[in-house]
Design a protein around this ligand. Structure first.
Ligand code: RVP
Length: 504
């Protein structure tokens, strides 16, 4: 006879935190959101890889490319580059993140000397950059011949046909520095000479990077940056349980800091075999997460198989229709609570703490706080990040409002058969995801600042300065459907329909 659970499975929206005592020392500015990403012997050793904020971006083509990875690592989180692309493409994205030197810009607005003023203006509009290096071949790494800024031309007085070579500031008048100049020294030169930018050149006078005054300032104001031992941004990468023997070496070679098997349902022998292959070839030096599961049994299976972290969630994603098409899944809150219990039991038995990640279904910022309180070490978000400038998808105007495109990995658009693989032929026979729009929300940095402040404030309401303390002290209550109504603005006529949650 089938097994029946006694309780219905619940979503985050059905829970609230009941505040605890807040000591005077407990203020958002003192809260640490540092959290483990991979397994370790808690109490005996330091976690070898921690996140500075408990947020990672989803393994999705509409969410996590190298651009998103740099933006999120800057804020203390981590992206998992999507795996539904060729091995070469994914490895190249990982490498671009690892090669990215914060503050050292590979110019994407470059001129050749025989381009015209009209072309300069068009390039400025297209890229939004007003400082443009001039190189012999018009590329970011050609021989440096000069620089054009807005101070070099006057549109009202000059003909659009005038050549760049006639009005650029030529190389001999430029202050430049060698390619291996540190960011700090580059910044000193910028200040000493009252410059806005400084070209860094190689020995043969080809252009290496540009350093801009504003970038140094922003580098200094990101204390949470996720950096590796060589001060490079950290990045994760998605893999599947089919081509791992080729994909994993390429990603490791490219510098991926952590891998994650991307599957809609991970309680399977394929995941075990993938982890075993990684252990056999790399021991513990390559970190690999697995999932997704929704109960304690699934967690234990993957923990015993050697997963470095386990991801939770089936069917809760905003673009996911797995529950409708296949009838499998579980309310995200219930799944998180049960897996957290299994994680704690496993820790008690073995001394090994396997971090867990609640993946999908985060609609409001406070859902992140709930997931953490329920025992998640970090959360994975797709829709949340898809809304920002840094996501790879197109920004489009729909009915007078800016939107970003956002589609599921199980949609016909993505055709990510690897994620839904159950053996057999390599194809996606039916859809488990949809193609959609999400409201455009601007830069990641601004949005994440608000989200983190809300999480920290909630933690203070519960008297907690760290995530483990929060998990220890949290008091959670299931709420009735009428209290959910009471929780929003009610019985008033709203003047402004703008959503009050930043995460809408
Ligand atoms: P959300 O943050 O609610 O948008 O959910 C993102 C998550 O949804 C992903 O991390 C993944 O687990 C899941 N997903 C991605 N594609 C699909 C699908 O097409 N069904 N689901």
């Amino acid at each position: 006879m089938a097994y029946y659970y006694d309780e219905p499975s619940r979503t985050f929206n059905e829970y609230l935190l009941v505040p605890g005592h807040t000591p005077a020392t407990c203020i958002p500015a003192s809260v640490s959101l540092k959290t483990p990403l991979v397994k370790y012997r808690k109490g005996e050793e330091e976690c070898p890889l921690s996140l500075n904020i408990p947020m990672v971006s989803a393994i999705m083509a509409a969410v996590s490319d190298d651009n998103m990875a740099v933006a999120l690592a800057t804020e203390g989180g981590l992206s998992f580059i999507y795996g539904n692309q060729t091995i070469e493409q994914e490895a190249a994205m990982v490498k671009r993140v690892k090669d990215y030197k914060a503050g050292f810009v590979e110019s994407d607005a470059n001129l050749s000397p025989d381009m015209t003023l009209n072309e300069v203006v068009a390039l400025k509009e297209a890229t939004d950059h007003s400082t443009m290096p001039v190189t012999d071949d018009g590329t970011a790494h050609g021989k440096l011949l000069g620089v054009v800024t807005e101070r070099d031309y006057r549109l009202s007085r000059m003909s659009g046909d005038e050549k760049v070579s006639e009005f650029m500031t030529p190389r001999e008048k430029l202050i430049v520095a060698p390619a291996d100049t540190s960011l700090k020294v580059a910044n000193d030169i910028i200040w000493d000479h009252k410059l806005n930018s400084l070209p860094l050149v190689n020995d043969d006078d080809t252009l290496a990077y540009m350093v801009f005054r504003k970038d140094y300032d922003s580098h200094k104001s990101n204390p949470n940056e996720m950096l590796d031992a060589h001060k490079r941004y950290m990045v994760g990468a998605g893999i599947n349980s089919r081509d791992y023997a080729e994909r994993v070496p390429a990603l490791v070679e490219a510098g991926a800091d952590v891998l994650c098997i991307d599957s809609s349902e991970g309680y399977s022998d394929w995941q075990k075999m993938t982890i075993e292959w990684v252990r056999e070839h790399y021991g513990d030096s390559v970190k690999i997460g697995a999932g997704n599961v929704v109960d304690g049994e699934g967690f234990r299976f993957l923990a015993e198989a050697g997963a470095d972290f386990v991801k939770i969630g089936i069917g809760g994603g905003s673009i996911c229709i797995t529950r409708e098409t296949k009838g499998i899944g579980r309310g995200q809150a219930t799944a998180t609570i049960e897996v957290a219990k299994a994680r704690d039991e496993y820790f008690k038995e073995t001394g090994i703490y396997v971090p867990i990640c609640s993946d999908g279904g985060i609609v409001y910022d406070h859902h992140i706080s709930l997931a953490l309180a329920m025992g998640a070490d970090f959360v994975m978000l797709g829709r949340y990040f898809a809304r920002f400038d840094e996501s790879p998808s197109a920004k489009v105007m729909v009915n007078g409002t800016y939107m970003k495109e956002y589609w599921g990995e199980g949609s016909a658009r993505a055709r990510n058969w690897g994620r839904y693989d159950l053996g057999g032929k390599k194809s996606l026979s039916f859809e488990e995801g949809v193609d959609s729009y999400v409201p455009y929300a601007g830069p990641l940095k601004d949005n994440i600042a608000v989200t983190l402040l809300k999480i920290k404030s909630t933690m203070c309401n519960c008297g907690a300065l760290t995530i483990p303390e929060f998990q220890d002290k949290a008091k959670l209550t299931v709420i009735s459907s009428t209290s959910i109504v009471e929780g929003g603005a009610h019985d008033v006529l709203l003047k402004d329909k703008a959503p009050y949650a930043s995460n809408m």
